[in-house]
Design a protein. Structure first.
Length: 159
C-alpha cells in the first residue's frame, strides 16, 4: 500500500497513525507525478476529497488513469456543485460551525457527478456506482446515501 499527499504534515500524521496500529504503508510526499512509470501501477486508487482542490481536474484524472492497472478500480469522493453543497460545505462547515478553516473550499471548483462522469470516461474509466455521502447525527458516522446532492462517491473500473 502506498499513501501520497502533498502535505508533509499530513504524511507525518498518517505515519504516526500507521505506527500506532501496526500498518506497513509506503508514504510519499508529493503529487501524482512522483510516481514515475507504469511499473508503479495500482490495483486500487482512492482519491478522497482531493479533486476539488487540484488546478486541473481532468489532468488529475488522466494521471490517476496512468497509475491504475487495466481492470483496476478507482474510488473517488468529492463535493457536488449544488446549492446544498454551497450551504453545507462552504457556509456551514467553514463560517458557522468552523469545522474546517475558512477558505478551504472554493465552491466554483466543486464537480457535478455528470462532469466527473465525463472526465472518467475520457480517461478510460467506466463509472459503476455513484452514491451520496451524508452524516448521520444519530449514528455519529458518515454513510452512503442515494442522493449525491452535497458529497458523493464514485467507483469506476479502468478499461
Amino acid at each position: 500500500m502506498t499513501g501520497l499527499d502533498a502535505s508533509a504534515e499530513a504524511i507525518q500524521a498518517a505515519k504516526d497513525h500507521a505506527s500506532v496500529v501496526g500498518l506497513d504503508i509506503d508514504y510519499r510526499i508529493g503529487d501524482l507525478s512522483i510516481i514515475p512509470n507504469e511499473l508503479d501501477q495500482f490495483d486500487v486508487v482512492i482519491a478522497s476529497e482531493v479533486i476539488e482542490h487540484v488546478p486541473n481536474p481532468q489532468s488529475f484524472i488522466q494521471e490517476i488513469s496512468r497509475l491504475t492497472k487495466p481492470g483496476g478500480k478507482l474510488i473517488i469522493t468529492t463535493l457536488n456543485r449544488s446549492l446544498m453543497s454551497l450551504l453545507g460545505a462552504k457556509i456551514f462547515a467553514e463560517y458557522l460551525l468552523k469545522l474546517v478553516p475558512v477558505g478551504t473550499h472554493d465552491w466554483r471548483k466543486f464537480i457535478k457527478p455528470s462532469e466527473l462522469n465525463s472526465m472518467l470516461t475520457s480517461a478510460r474509466f467506466k463509472p459503476e456506482v455513484v452514491k451520496g455521502i451524508c452524516y448521520s447525527i444519530s449514528e455519529d458516522e458518515f454513510q452512503l446515501a442515494a442522493n449525491p446532492v452535497v458529497n458523493y462517491a464514485v467507483s469506476a473500473i479502468k478499461c
